[in-house]
Design a protein around this ligand. Structure first.
Ligand code: NAD
Ligand code: MG
Length: 393
C-alpha cells in the first residue's frame, strides 16, 4: 500500500490522479490533498477519498473548509493553511509518492520539500524544474529521491530509455530526443489573426484538456520551450540534441533516437492518466482507465517541421537555456506574468512573447548557486514583467 500526497489535487492533473487512484484501492491510499482555494472541489474530494490532511493557501478558504467538513461529519480530516503547510504534507512519513501538480513557480518549494524527504516524485510541475534545473537534480541525487516524469513527452522518453534507466543519467547511445507537439489550436490560423486571439480560443486545445495556464503555453508553444528545458535536465542532454516535431494526431508522445539508427516511440491516446498510472506503478503496469489505441481508426500519423515565425516563444526558451544562469528563471517568471495578463484581457496574444523578450533583455544576469537566488531572480523578473505590461497598455 503506497501513501500519496497530491499537491494541486483540484486541478486537471490532480483530478486525473485521483481517478487512477480510485481504480486501485488495494494499492494506493490518499494521505494529503492540497489546493489554492477551490474549497468546494476539495470538499468533494475529501468525501470520496478521506485524506488525513488537506491544505489550502489562504486562511479564509481554510475556515470555510473546516466548517463544511465538520457539517459533513469529517472532523477527523485536519485542515492546514499556508505555503509552509504544502511543504509539510509533501514530507509526511506515511507519504511514499508526491504528485507535484501545482501550476507554476508556486510549486517549486513544496516539490523540493518532497525531494528532500526522499519521496518518489511524480513530476507534472515542469516550471519547478525549469526554474531550478541543476539544483533540483542535485537535490534528487543527494536525498535519494526517485524522480519520474508525468509530462506526457518526458514520460514517453523515459519509457523509451534503456532498461534500468534512472532520470538524470546521460546515455551515450542516445543520439537525440524528439519531442512531439500537436501544434496547438493555431497551427493553421493566418498569422494576421494572431493578435486578436481571445483567451477562450487559446484555452480550447484540440487534443488535450488542461488547466488554463498550460493551455495558453501550448497555444504560444512556450509549453514546448519549457519542455525542452525540462528534457535537457531530466535526460542530461544539451538542448542541441533535443528536437521538436509537429505531430497533429498526438498519438506518439515523443521518441528516442539511438546511434544505431533505431528510433523508439511511445504511443497512446492523449490522456494524462496514462503517464500518471505509469509513474505511480513503475516498474509495474496498472489499468489507467484509458481506452486502448485503435490504429485502424487513426489510420495516419503525420509529422511536420515547426514554423518559428508563428511561435517565437520556443526560440526564447532555447536562448534562455543556452545562456544558463538565471535566464530560465527569468523566462518562466515573465511568461507566468504575461499569460496571466493575457487571460485577464490585459494584453494581446502576440504581446506575450514581446513581454518575455523584453524582460529577458533587461533582467540582470546571475549564476545560480542556491535556491534563494532562484527565488530572488523570480521576484525581479515578475516586477520587470509587470512594468513592461503597464508600459504597453
Ligand atoms: P490546473 O490549473 O488545472 O491546476 C493547478 C492546481 O494547482 C490546482 O489544484 C490549484 O488549486 C493549485 N494551485 C494553483 N496556484 C496555486 C498556488 N499559488 N499555491 C498552491 N496551489 C496552487 O493545472 P494543471 O493543468 O493540472 O497543471 C498542473 C501542472 O502540471 C502544471 O505545471 C502543468 O504545466 C503540468 N502539466 C499539466 C498537464 C495537463 O494535461 N494538464 C500536462 C503536462 C504537464
Ligand atoms: Mg507535455
Amino acid at each position: 500500500m503506497k501513501g500519496i500526497c497530491i499537491l494541486g489535487s483540484t486541478g486537471s492533473i490532480g483530478q486525473s490522479t485521483l481517478d487512477v487512484i480510485e481504480r486501485h484501492p488495494d494499492r494506493y491510499k490518499v494521505i494529503a490533498l492540497t489546493a489554492n482555494r477551490s474549497v468546494e472541489r476539495l470538499h468533494e474530494q475529501c468525501i470520496r477519498h478521506h485524506p488525513e490532511k488537506v491544505v489550502v493557501v489562504d486562511e479564509m478558504s481554510a475556515e470555510t473548509l473546516r466548517k463544511s467538513l465538520s457539517s459533513s461529519g469529517l472532523k477527523d480530516i485536519t485542515v492546514l493553511q499556508g505555503i509552509s503547510a504544502l511543504a509539510e504534507v509533501a514530507a509526511l512519513d506515511n507519504v511514499d509518492q508526491v504528485m507535484a501538480a501545482i501550476v507554476g513557480a508556486a510549486g517549486l518549494m513544496p516539490t523540493l520539500s518532497a525531494v528532500r524527504a526522499g519521496k518518489r516524485i511524480l513530476l507534472a510541475n515542469k516550471e519547478a524544474l525549469v526554474m531550478s534545473g541543476r539544483l533540483f537534480m542535485r537535490e534528487v541525487e543527494k536525498f535519494g529521491a526517485e524522480l519520474l516524469p508525468i509530462d506526457s513527452e518526458h514520460n514517453a522518453l523515459f519509457q523509451c530509455m534503456p532498461a534500468g534507466y534512472r532520470v538524470g543519467e546521460r546515455k551515450a547511445e542516445v543520439r537525440s530526443l524528439l519531442l512531439t507537439a500537436s501544434g496547438g489550436p493555431f497551427r493553421e490560423l493566418p498569422l494576421e489573426s494572431f493578435r486578436e486571439i481571445t483567451p477562450e480560443q487559446a484555452c480550447a486545445h484540440p487534443k488535450w484538456v488542461m488547466g488554463r495556464k498550460i493551455s495558453v503555453d501550448s497555444a504560444t508553444m512556450m509549453n514546448k520551450g519549457l519542455e525542452l528545458i525540462e528534457a535537457s535536465w531530466l535526460f542530461n542532454l544539451p538542448v542541441e540534441q533535443i528536437k521538436v516535431v509537429i505531430h497533429p494526431q498526438s498519438i506518439i508522445h515523443s521518441l528516442v533516437d539511438y546511434v544505431d539508427g533505431t528510433m523508439l516511440a511511445q504511443m497512446g491516446n492523449p490522456d494524462m492518466r496514462i503517464p500518471i498510472a505509469h509513474a505511480m506503478a513503475w516498474p509495474d503496469r496498472i489499468d489507467s482507465g484509458v481506452k486502448p489505441l485503435d490504429l485502424f481508426a487513426i489510420k495516419k500519423l503525420e509529422f511536420e517541421t515547426l514554423d518559428n515565425e508563428r511561435f517565437p516563444c520556443l526560440e526564447l526558451a532555447i536562448k534562455a537555456m543556452k545562456k544558463g544562469g538565471n535566464c530560465s528563471v527569468t523566462l518562466n517568471a515573465a511568461n507566468e506574468v504575461a499569460v496571466e495578463a493575457f487571460l485577464n484581457g490585459g494584453i494581446h496574444f502576440t504581446e506575450i512573447a514581446l513581454v518575455i523578450e523584453k524582460v529577458m533583455s533587461e533582467a540582470p544576469f546571475c549564476e545560480i548557486e542556491n535556491i534563494e537566488q532562484v527565488l530572488d531572480s523570480d521576484v525581479r523578473a515578475r516586477a520587470l514583467a509587470e512594468e513592461t505590461i503597464k508600459a504597453l497598455t
